[in-house]
Write a protein that binds this ligand. Sequence first.
Ligand code: DGL
Length: 273
Amino acid sequence: MNASPIGIFDSGLGGLSVLREVRAMLPHESLIYVADSRYAPYGEKPERFVEDRTLQVCEWLLAQGCKALVIACNTATMHAVQTLRERLAVPIIGVEPGLKPAASQSQSKVVGVLATANTLKSAKFNRLLASQAQDSQYLCVAGHGLVSLIEQGEISSPAIREKLDAYLQPMLDAGADTLVLGCTHYPFLSETIRDMVGNRLTLIDTGTAIARQLARKLAEFDLAANPEATPTIRYVSTKDAAHLRDMAWTLLRVEADAETVAIEPAPPVAVTE
Ligand code: DGL
């Protein structure tokens, strides 16, 4: 039995959609959630910055005593998971867009994939895409602007609906019946998407699969917490604890005693939007 916490990390609030599934599946595990909101969004930052910053935040989580790490960010996983696994000596669970489950659910065999620009252009994503069975067509669209709006708490505003309409309508017109939510921020848009498209798109979110994979790794490395344990959950923002607390309530209905922590200096790579 191991009472150490599990680190869960995202560029911002999106990883809360993964934390929700982890808490549901592993309610006795202690967690430290880091929202790197000071540097969100990662989706259009230089790839080197995303890799270096992900390593830096994960090293901070290990210094807090974490026994395993969940990279609850597709963009960070695409650019950094290999480096993390080479350098850090704990189990690391990454996330990737659920192309395979989408293809198996799709009747029309036309699958929409909404993800960040960095995810879509990464070598890892393109290898994943190339490895899929050839009987499905994937329409990959970068969700420019969505993460920034979600970070501000906009999950059903006219601005977000306008962007979603621009991204989803061409997919529907091309016959898509399934949509991969390829960024952990996007599950918070599920209700809005459902309201806009009804049942025309089956939504694929990998949060539960990630929690299951985490449970498997904890068992494999004999790291699971005592099922009798009372867990502690730390919510850390690199920018604004009050905002993280408000958003944890808005998005998860969780009363989070959030803290602001500086994980600095950020890697010396020019940050551009
Ligand atoms: N939640 C991150 C992901 O899954 C968002 C990336 C961003 O910050 O742009 O890709």
